[in-house]
Design a binder for this molecule. Structure first.
Ligand code: HPA
Length: 273
């Protein structure tokens, strides 16, 4: 299953991207979630490659996903940004969905921070809150590591510290006085938002936020040895936490409004790496 988006495919993709972005080893690699694409505007000396011109990268279709790899500097440090995802709910296999993690690794990335839009399950969360992900629950029913073992992968990756304790404390330090919540991210397949009963189930399972990405990326990162962290932006309260319906337009708009604060946090973090 994963051969099409495995080690060799990642090397092929990286060999197309590298000469076009002309960057040495990035200090930090970012994956930007829905509505959070404007973080890329902070990258100075940006060179960009559309996903559509990279072998192995499907076209990104969903509104709010730009679909390009951008390299440059953030606060003067070399970074690579993957703006846009291939979600499993769009029909992409789990291995394709997590492919950017392998490509980043082939480009020399050692540290990755994934960002996402998420629904707040913990009743004390509010739209606009940033949540540092401490751990995850993979409820997608998929795993990008399924199948033939890829070169360089660990067959049975340890997930006891999938969200790097070092990066978590670094991000907490970077936040300084700015509020940064912490929590467990439940990753679901989507594309429908949850029912109130499902959200009650997620809360009982110990989840604080829920979304439709990131968990597969954390799994690949663990298997290939990329140090991984995640930040959720709470774009809405999850279904049933309030009476309000969950609407994609609101999710994208909340992401747009809060992406400046996310950008501030990431800029502060990269200077501490
Ligand atoms: N549920 C799942 N994914 C999401 C949500 C949500 O409420 N908000 C943003 N992404």
């Amino acid at each position: 299953m994963s051969a099409s988006w495995g080690y060799e495919a990642a090397r092929a993709a990286a060999s197309v991207i590298a000469p076009r972005i002309g960057i040495g080893e990035p200090l930090l690699t970012l994956i930007l979630g829905s509505g959070l694409g404007s973080v890329v505007d902070r990258v100075a000396d940006a060179r960009s490659v559309p996903y559509s011109s990279v072998p192995g990268f499907p076209d990104t279709a969903v509104q709010g996903h730009a679909g390009r790899v951008v390299a440059g500097t953030l606060a003067g440090r070399p970074v690579i940004v993957f703006a846009g995802r291939f979600h499993m709910y769009e029909g992409h296999p789990a291995a394709a969905s997590a492919f950017p993690v392998r490509v980043a690794h082939s480009l020399g990335a050692k540290v990755m921070v994934a960002t996402n839009a998420a629904g707040g399950i913990d009743a004390t969360l509010s739209p606009g809150d940033l949540v540092l992900i401490d751990d995850q629950i993979n409820l997608t029913g998929r795993n990008p590591l399924e199948g033939t073992l890829e070169e360089g992968d660990t067959r049975f990756p340890d997930m006891s510290a999938a969200y790097s304790p070092r990066l978590r404390s670094l991000l907490a330090k970077a936040a300084g006085n700015r509020p940064l919540r912490r929590g467990v991210y439940a990753g679901l397949l989507g594309p429908a938002y949850e029912t109130p009963a499902e959200v009650r189930m997620l809360r009982a399972l110990g989840a604080d936020v829920t979304g439709m990405s990131t968990v597969g990326e954390a799994l690949v990162a663990a298997a290939i040895g990329v140090e991984f962290a995640g930040i959720s932006l709470v774009t809405n309260l999850a279904s049933g936490i309030t009476d309000a319906p969950v609407r994609h337009e609101d999710v994208i708009e909340a992401g747009r409004v809060a992406s400046a604060r996310l950008g501030d946090l990431l800029e502060a973090a990269v200077t501490l790496l």
